[in-house]
Structures are given as structure tokens and as C-alpha cells.
Design a protein around this ligand. Structure first.
Ligand SMILES: Cc1cc2nc3c(=O)[nH]c(=O)nc-3n(C[C@H](O)[C@H](O)[C@H](O)COP(=O)(O)OP(=O)(O)OC[C@H]3O[C@@H](n4cnc5c(N)ncnc54)[C@H](O)[C@@H]3O)c2cc1C
Length: 447
């Protein structure tokens, strides 16, 4: 079957590729020995071109589910990588276990979580997803490998954006929890300096993130809502939740059926939304026990919300800059707003220690993510200028969100790039593993 495949942002436009959905490891190994370049794909929640390959074979792994083994005593879970984090939660949460790290959507496969070495709201304390793995199985064009942390091929695969092979199985250590609820504390902040100050108290909490009103300017630039959380204990529950402390029933509010008109998210509507959201946050400030989904996955309630951006799609610009480069966060928010590219949804958080992943994104510092309508005049030039400043500060752009980075900046942002490419060459001498992202950024000499 040949079809168009693209990332969550709908940009860059995808080119036709063959699509296959293997359900077993032998099927995957057979495809890896074929003549087409192969791009692994999970649920396609990376924003750009990381999970597609023009004129190649896109291998969607969501049917790969032969293994699900939970050791109820230790919380060690061995799972095939076609399971989504949401499906895993539905099975382990009622038994008192939670994911050690979760991104802002549960519609991510276990394979995609490792390949992007995803981070969550607890990165400042617990690091990224790969830091909680004790083993992974990798299917490469030269055969099957069982890898442990410490192996060079493990370091290349964690955050390796699918370029070392197909991750078929992982063993991950889960976190014990008493309930499926979160005790959340929301604190409004009045300026960027205030947001930095409040967020710097994140050591007191397991989870911490700040939403920023990226349309506020002047002395209010960087105002927002800092949100902290802990897993609620049984004695903190109230009402009906007490009878079913571990119940987990994700709810869907609806789906955006078709792409919205391209001008729906314009500077005015984005400003109105951000102001209203901020005022609602001020009104709802304080402590409350809330559902897991409203704390971790608020966007998942609306299916295909990416269609709100219309056919032109959108970019998520996510960077990390080292501590001490806070001015750069102000520059990014301020110059995008001034340039007429206000972000609909903007998130700031602090990262802790880096994982061993050679292309893993998180490193100690502030990370900022902004959702911006794509293809607006002047946007590419502005982002290129910001990229250069981010690279010069010792920061980097998140590849799982990228659709447009200049390849010449890649090595400055990811200093282990050459080591990564060397390991890829050993695992895959013919260069079978390929994605549009790798070609665009010339990773491993792919064009
Ligand atoms: C609403 C939303 C919120 C998000 N929040 C966060 C967040 O908080 N933190 C964060 O880190 N990320 C976040 N992301 C990004 C997302 O977590 C990553 O892009 C993740 O990799 C997507 O997983 P996927 O299964 O959809 O993989 P895809 O998008 O399909 O693929 C992503 C990459 O993984 C590779 N890959 C997928 N499966 C395999 C496999 N089995 N073996 C080898 N390679 C594979 C692909 O080749 C590709 O390079 C968010 C995305 C969305 C849409």
C-alpha cells in the first residue's frame, strides 16, 4: 500500500511511501532485509518528519503486541513496543503502578517513547524515559540484539530517532502509586522573572511545569501558571474516588472532524485564548485533587486537535538552554510575539540530569515549547536566527518536534553526533534505516 504520511504538525508535506504494519518480529526482520529504506513509526505524534521516509517503507509498529509481562512484586514491565502508553496505563494502573516518565500525550507508543527518549513533568527529578529501562531488544538489518544500559548501541538507540533499528521490546521499571489521582497546586505568575522564581521551587514536587501566556508583552511578558503535582495518597481522596482509588477511565470530549480554516488561529484569536486561559487559571489557583488525564494529558480529550491549525499545519519549536541563559527564553518568546507569530500553547519547564542517549534532547536547563502556525511570512528566518543563538548558548532543538533545522547547526547542538553515526554504521552498514528527518539533517550522510 502506498500513501502519504506526515507528522503531527502536518508539515513538511509528506511524500508517498509504502506503509506496512507488521505484527511480529520475523515480519520486521524480513522487511529490514528488503531493498527499500525503512522508517519505523509509532503513533505519529512526533511533529515533523521523524517517522516518515519518502519513496521508502514506513513501518507502523502499532500492531506489534506479542508481549505484556508485569512482575507485580517489583513493578518491572516487559512490553512489546506497539503498545501505547495509554494502553499500558489502562492495564497497570488498576494494579497500583504508573509510568516512571510520561510525555504530554498518552497516544505515544513505547517504541516512540524510547526513540525520542521522551521527558515528562518530572524530568528535573527523574530524568527521561530511557533512564528507567533495564533492557531493550533491537531488530537491525544484521539481526536481533538484546541491549542493556551501558551498551554503546543502547546509548545510540535511546533518543536515536529510529535510526539504529526497530525497538521491538523494552523492560521498564514502573512507579508504585496508591491512587490514580494527582494532588495539584496551581500558582499564577505575573512576569517571566516571577515564573522563573516560582518554577525554581520545583525541587519540592515530583511534577512541575508552567504554562506561559506568550501573547503578553511589556512587564507582563512571560506571565503564566505554574503547576505542580504529586500522586495523591488514599487518605487525600474525597467523594466517590475513595471507593475506587485506582480507577482509570480516560474520557474523550470529541474530535475535530476536518482541518479548520487556515486563519482560525490568527494573532487576535490566539491572544484572546491566552488571556482567557490566564484569567481562568488565576480564578482556579490553589490546591486540588484532579484526574490523571487532566493533569498529564489535557489535550488528549479532543481528538485530532492538530486540525485546528488548518491545512498549512503548525510547528512546535522546542528548545533547551542551559541555566544562566534565561535571557534567551525571553528573547524567544518576545521576538516571536513581536514578529506576529504568537504561540497558541507555550510551556516552560526545568530539566535535570541528561541521559546516556547520544542524541537525547534533555540536558540541564530551561526548556521552552511553543506551538506556532506554519508558513507565515518571516517565520523561517526568525527561527533560524533563534536556532543560532540557542546553539551558541550550548542549547539545542528537540528533534522529535523539528521540521526545519539547519543541518549545519546539528553537531553544535548534539556534540555526540559523530559517535552516534559511527554506531549506526556498525549496526546498519548498508544504511537501511532512514527517515526524512535524517535525510534533511544529513545524519549519517543520508541524503
Ligand atoms: C500533544 C503532544 C504532547 C507531547 N508531549 C511531549 C512531552 O511532554 N515530552 C516529550 O518528550 N515529547 C512529547 N511529545 C512528542 C512525543 O512524545 C514523541 O514525538 C514520541 O516519540 C511520539 O511517539 P510515537 O509513538 O507517536 O512515535 P512517532 O512519532 O511515530 O515516531 C517518533 C520517532 O520514533 C521512531 N520510532 C517509533 N517507534 C519506533 C520503534 N519501535 N523502534 C525504533 N524507532 C521507533 C520513529 O522513527 C521516529 O523517529 C508530545 C507530542 C504531542 C502530540
Amino acid at each position: 500500500m502506498t500513501q502519504q504520511v506526515s507528522g503531527w504538525g502536518g508539515t513538511p508535506a509528506s511524500f508517498p511511501a509504502r506503509l506496512t504494519k507488521p505484527a511480529s518480529e520475523p515480519e520486521i526482520l524480513e522487511a529490514l532485509s528488503g531493498s527499500l529504506p525503512v522508517a519505523p513509526r509509532g503513533l505519529g505524534r512526533s511533529y515533523g518528519d521523524a517517522a516518515q521516509v519518502a519513496a521508502g517503507l514506513v513501518m507502523e509498529l502499532t500492531h506489534l503486541k506479542p508481549t505484556f509481562e508485569l512482575d507485580e512484586m517489583s513493578g518491572s514491565l516487559t512490553v512489546s513496543t506497539g503498545y501505547s502508553l495509554g494502553e499500558i496505563l489502562e492495564r497497570v494502573l488498576p494494579r497500583g503502578w504508573f509510568l516512571p516518565v510520561t510525555p504530554g500525550t498518552r497516544f505515544v507508543t513505547a517504541g516512540g517513547a524510547v526513540a525520542s527518549d521522551v521527558h515528562g513533568k518530572n524530568h528535573h527529578r527523574d530524568g527521561s524515559f530511557s533512564m528507567h529501562l533495564s533492557a531493550l531488544e533491537l531488530l537491525t538489518p544484521s539481526g536481533t540484539l538484546s541491549l542493556s544500559p551501558g551498551d554503546p548501541a543502547f546509548a545510540a538507540t535511546a533518543g536515536g530517532m529510529g535510526l539504529t533499528g526497530v525497538i521491538s521490546k523494552i523492560t521498564v521499571k514502573l512507579l508504585p502509586v496508591e491512587t490514580s489521582r494527582i494532588k495539584a497546586v496551581n500558582i499564577p505568575t505575573r512576569s517571566l522573572a516571577d515564573t522563573f522564581e516560582v518554577m525554581s521551587r520545583d525541587g519540592e514536587y515530583t511534577y512541575a511545569v508552567a504554562w506561559i501566556d506568550a501573547t503578553a508583552t511589556g512587564s507582563r511578558l512571560g506571565r503564566g501558571l505554574a503547576s505542580f503535582g504529586e500522586h495523591a495518597k488514599i487518605d487525600e481522596l474525597v467523594g466517590g474516588a475513595i471507593d475506587q482509588p485506582l480507577a482509570y477511565h480516560p474520557k474523550a470530549l470529541g474530535t475535530i472532524p476536518v482541518p479548520a480554516p487556515s486563519n482560525l488561529l490568527n494573532p487576535l484569536s490566539v491572544r484572546l485564548f491566552n488571556s482567557a486561559w490566564f484569567q481562568a487559571g488565576v480564578a482556579g489557583a490553589g490546591e486540588k485533587v484532579t484526574s490523571l488525564d487532566s493533569f498529564f494529558y489535557p489535550l488528549d480529550a479532543v481528538g485530532s486537535w492538530n486540525r485546528l491549525y488548518g491545512r498549512r499545519g503548525f510547528l512546535q519549536y522546542q528548545v533547551v538552554v542551559p541555566y544562566g541563559s534565561e535571557d534567551l527564553i525571553e528573547t524567544v518568546i518576545g521576538s516571536l510575539a513581536k514578529g506576529g507569530h504568537p504561540s497558541f500553547l507555550t510551556v516552560l519547564k526545568r530539566f535535570g540530569a541528561q541521559s546516556a542517549g547520544l542524541l537525547s534532547f534533555p540536558k540541564p536547563g530551561w526548556t521552552l515549547a511553543l506551538d506556532i502556525p506554519a508558513k507565515r511570512p518571516g517565520l523561517s528566518e526568525l527561527l533560524r536566527e533563534l536556532d543560532r543563538k540557542v546553539a551558541a548558548s550550548g542549547g539545542r532543538v528537540y528533534l522529535a518536534k523539528d521540521a526545519r533545522l539547519d543541518p549545519n547547526l546539528l553537531e553544535a547542538m548534539y556534540p555526540d553526533l559523530r559517535k552516534f553515526e559511527e554506531i549506526c554504521r556498525e549496526l546498519d552498514p548498508e544504511g537501511v534505516m532512514a527517515t526524512d528527518l535524517a535525510r534533511r539533517l544529513r545524519i549519517g550522510g543520508r541524503h
